[in-house]
Design a protein around this ligand. Structure first.
Ligand code: HSE
Length: 430
């Protein structure tokens, strides 16, 4: 029987779920898994805060002393954020502790420093819970798919945004209403910025890309668009064309560099990712040997996240020696991955304009698009009513992003076009 002394940093929703799992399944871990977990201490900002679990007062301690406690083998960091968490994680590693973290922001923005120190100290930094909550995608990358060169990631890795987009589609409500509903049900934070502006998904994509492609990713270079500018009409028009709108986190490795972007995009309604709904997450990886592999499950929540944390702890308890070569088990992180500028990509596009309904407006728009080598594949104009403002939707064949951006700037200035146009990429096979 292996015994692991665990220090817990943070006891919010996820920390409480972890505490609860560790306590409720203590015997299961001992008899079935052969690991005895002992909780050495719990460090929280407020000991009086109401929690779903009761922490014995004797376990409360200060974070700084917990990471220095000589009896602690592993520090589990569940406080989030990048300032305090970074300092505690680095301190824990310097003290010779292994670290388990769910903190994608920390790893996306300071991963090099954290992993480098772990490597020097010959300690593990495990992070299964940082991407896709309870979905064991990191483990799959480092073990099950180890024989593959991974060349593409297509994923839905922000449950909040997926919940909002699903509600907009199913209930025909607008973004604000769907966000309020998500907040009322606990799927969105009071300040939802990180989730709805795509930053949380970009953090997770940075972590995935690093380990899938075996290279350092400069987080600020990941192109990031959120869902706050998606209107109910975009969801409805996309559906008329046979598409659904999803917040996708995409990374593709090519000979000329890495494409890495988070964006709301149209997916054909039959595409498997188009059918990932509500708060669920899914990660589709493409490996040169295996082809497409799909991981689906709950990307957030106390119990799924705790499930991932436990799997990291069991790895550390059972195989401490495996971390000696690298803290990115199995896949070496050797190169800097150069992320291509978004303007260099090619895609199909959904374009939505608000135009004055009068002869010649569509012709002028088509002329600008044609002049930028953008070929139209479909058109819808709704609610015909002469002289009023109506939506005009065009889908394009593959075009250069740079050309699309230039064309849209010109179109937005045309007499007869009102407001800012909507531009969304179309992914998946048409
Ligand atoms: N806020 C995240 C989401 C879950 O909505 O998916 C934690 O990573």
């Amino acid at each position: 029987m292996k015994t692991l002394r665990v220090g817990l940093l943070g006891c919010g929703q996820v920390g409480s779920g972890f505490f609860s799992l560790l306590t409720a399944k203590k015997r299961f871990f001992e008899t079935e898994i052969g690991v005895s977990f002992e909780l050495a201490g719990v460090a929280v900002r407020s000991r009086k805060k109401k929690r779903p679990v009761r922490i014995p007062p004797s376990l409360f301690t200060e974070a700084e002393s917990l990471v220095r406690d000589p009896s602690v083998d592993v520090v589990v960091e569940l406080i989030g954020g990048t300032i305090e968490a970074k300092s505690l994680v680095l301190d824990a590693l310097r003290q010779g502790k292994h670290v388990v973290t769910a903190n994608k922001a920390l790893l996306a923005e300071h991963g090099d420093e954290v992993f480098e120190l772990a490597h020097q100290m010959n300690r593990a930094v495990c992070f299964e819970a940082s991407v896709g909550g309870g979905i064991p995608v990191i483990k799959a990358l480092r073990e099950g798919l180890v024989g593959n060169q991974i060349d593409a990631i297509h994923s839905i890795i922000n449950g909040t945004s997926n919940y909002i987009l699903t509600a907009m589609s199913e209930k025909k409500i607008d973004f604000k209403q769907a966000l309020s509903e998500a907040q009322a049900k606990g799927y969105a934070e009071a300040d939802p910025t990180l989730d709805i502006e795509g930053i949380d998904a970009a953090h997770k994509l940075a972590v995935l890309a690093r380990f899938a492609f075996g290279g350092r990713v400069h987080f600020p270079d990941i192109y990031c668009e959120g869902i706050s500018r998606i209107r109910g009409e975009d969801i409805a028009f996309a559906e008329e064309f046979g598409y659904r709108i999803k917040l996708l986190a995409i990374a593709k490795l090519g000979a000329d560099g890495l494409e890495a972007r988070v964006q709301p995009a149209l997916l054909p309604e039959k595409h498997i990712l188009a059918n990932v709904n509500r708060s669920f997450n899914a990660v589709m990886l493409h490996g040169d040997e295996v082809g497409d592999v799909l991981f689906y499950g709950r990307g957030a929540g106390a119990r799924p996240t705790a499930s991932a944390v436990i799997s990291d702890l069991v790895d550390i308890a059972k195989q401490p020696g495996r971390f000696s070569a690298t803290t990115a088990p199995m896949r070496a992180i050797r190169k800097n991955l150069v992320i291509k500028s978004i303007s260099s990509i090619q895609s199909r596009y959904y374009l939505r304009f608000h135009v004055v309904d009068r002869p010649g407006v569509l012709a002028k728009i088509a002329q600008v698009l044609g002049g930028h080598k953008i070929s139209i594949s479909d058109v819808i104009q709704k609610e015909r009513s002469a002289g009023s403002i109506v939506p005009l939707i065009l889908l394009t064949h593959h075009a250069h992003e740079k050309n699309v951006r230039q064309a849209i700037t010109r179109i937005d200035r045309l007499n007869g076009v009102r407001g800012k146009s909507q531009v969304l990429r179309i992914e998946g096979d048409a």
